[in-house]
Design a protein around this ligand. Structure first.
Ligand SMILES: O=C(O)CCC(=O)C(=O)O
Length: 253
């Protein structure tokens, strides 16, 4: 199954490089997005609704969806070429995780500002997430906001471990950076953010769920550090070796 995905333009690549995020309008066509949305709704209805962690309070998830669903798998593979283009100097990527996210009005709070990378057991930070809107996501439904250029400041520490550990509380100087504008996304538009970019999202103030499909890609040359991490523990990965495992398919354009 092949899914048409447009290529990021040179301007979009340059914007990502300088800002640490970019909006890719019309990344996936409306017909494909409608099919993905229909499946997403079914999967998300079946998910557990326990709010055990600070992350659960911000959004619901259906992780690794592309491992069992052929359409999401095709979409994740088709978007990989843009990940290679956006990550400077990277020749191939692996998929780290695919996910369906839902932010329900009334049920979920704002997503606190955080970086994605501080949890990761990779020896290099060339990693990004494509966040594909499966419904129209006006800004007040909770499209992501980013601190421009924050990917240039290295690892800023973990969030979602305890109350009050969002990045702005830990690093008030981040407010000196410009915050990206509120984005009104159409279904099929995506935002892409680097794993070091500080990002968050407001609560959903509309009356319908915010639905998105996310794929996180990382440099295929990255080596496993052996750092404990729920996703990689027990897979038999060897420290200081690449992630040669079916869970991390390699995409080479
Ligand atoms: O969708 C959200 O509110 C947060 C998603 C996020 O942090 C991510 O995809 O890295």
């Amino acid at each position: 199954m092949e899914i048409p995905v447009r290529h990021a333009t040179d301007d979009e690549v340059a914007f990502f490089d300088s800002h640490g995020w970019v909006r890719l309008a019309g990344l996936v066509d409306p017909g494909t997005v409608a099919a993905l949305r229909e499946r997403a709704t079914t999967y998300l209805e079946a998910r557990g609704r326990e709010h055990r962690t600070l992350v659960d309070q911000a959004f619901g998830q259906s992780r690794d969806i592309a491992q069992t669903d052929d359409l999401f798998n095709a979409a994740a593979r088709a978007m990989g070429g843009n990940a290679v283009r956006l990550l400077r100097g990277v020749e191939a990527v692996r998929i780290q995780v695919t996910n369906l996210l839902v932010k329900e009005p009334g049920e979920h709070r704002a997503t606190e500002f955080h970086q994605d990378f501080p949890w990761m057991p990779m020896d290099r930070s060339a990693m990004l997430t494509v966040w594909l809107a499966l419904v129209d996501v006006p800004a007040d439904m909770g499209s992501l906001r980013f601190y421009n250029g924050s990917h240039r400041y290295g690892l800023l520490g973990r969030s979602f471990t305890r109350a009050g550990d969002d990045q702005l509380t830990q690093h008030p100087w981040l407010k000196e950076l410009e915050l990206s504008p509120p984005l009104d996304l159409k279904a099929g538009d995506a935002t892409v953010h680097h794993a070091l970019t500080v990002h968050g999202a407001p609560a959903n103030q509309r009356d319908t769920p915010r639905l998105s499909f996310t794929v996180t890609y990382f440099d295929a040359d990255a080596l496993y550090t052996g750092m404990p991490y729920q996703q990689t523990d027990g897979l038999g990965l060897e420290a200081n070796k690449p992630f040669d495992h079916a869970r991390f398919p390699c995409l080479r354009p």
